[in-house]
Design a protein around this ligand. Sequence first.
Ligand SMILES: [Fe+2]
Length: 290
Amino acid sequence: MSNPPVIHSFHHATSGTWTHVVADPASGRAAIIDPVLDFDVASGRVGTQPANELLARIGELGLLVVAILETHAHADHLSAGAWLRDSLGVPLAIGAGIIEVQRTFKRLLALGDHFAADGRAFDRLLRDGDVIPLGTLGIRVIATPGHTPDSVAYLVGDALFVGDTIFAPAAGTARCDFPDGSASTLYRSIRRLYELPDATRVFLCHDYPAEGASPTAQTSIGEEKAANIQLRGDTREDDYVLVRERRDATLAAPRLLWPAIQFNIRGGRLPPADTLGRRHFRLPVFLDAG
Ligand SMILES: [Fe+2]
């Protein structure tokens, strides 16, 4: 049997995001999951410092990166996917549901004919059951729609990378109020994850610790089933959907929703330049005449 994968986790404090590097100890091959860039919305500046630091650490560890994986098109931070893809010359992959996400936001943002909503911004579109080789290990793709249609989890040996599907037990589960989100679909996705052995290590995409506390990167299927405040091992679908939808009705839009989505559905690239070479994100606005 192969050795368990080794995981190196990197926390991006401004967005509360975890980037994970999963490595096969036998071959030194590794995949990067959910890398981030900095973004200052007031100045419009996108910064590569988190990705540079990630590459430096990967170099120190002597790992050979073979793939960059997104768990979904994030709505709260800008992805370093394309930037790292181009820096390292390795493929960038995401769930095949990205096409639905691209179509939806192309329509909502009137992105026009130049925006190809066909997944071509990514090198590989992943489907449930796909396996990506990682040295002596394999990365198994588990489709986990509900938060977004493109959400996937990655299972490598006993390590599961859940994206936003579930958070630490005290924080519950992902919101389901984005376009094409569904609480009952997410319930069924999480149920599939809960069929994995209790000892399965769960690596989170986000944690937002209380002031002074350190963020949590890792839980387990057993801990989630025993204590997740929204969806335990014995929670019924109707009860979950009620709690989730009530909670979603109280949530504000993520601060970086519109820029993050426009960048991330392009694989982590800026929109095309205007005639003067400038690039812009669109911001839908609504007049509350109340
Ligand atoms: Fe998300």
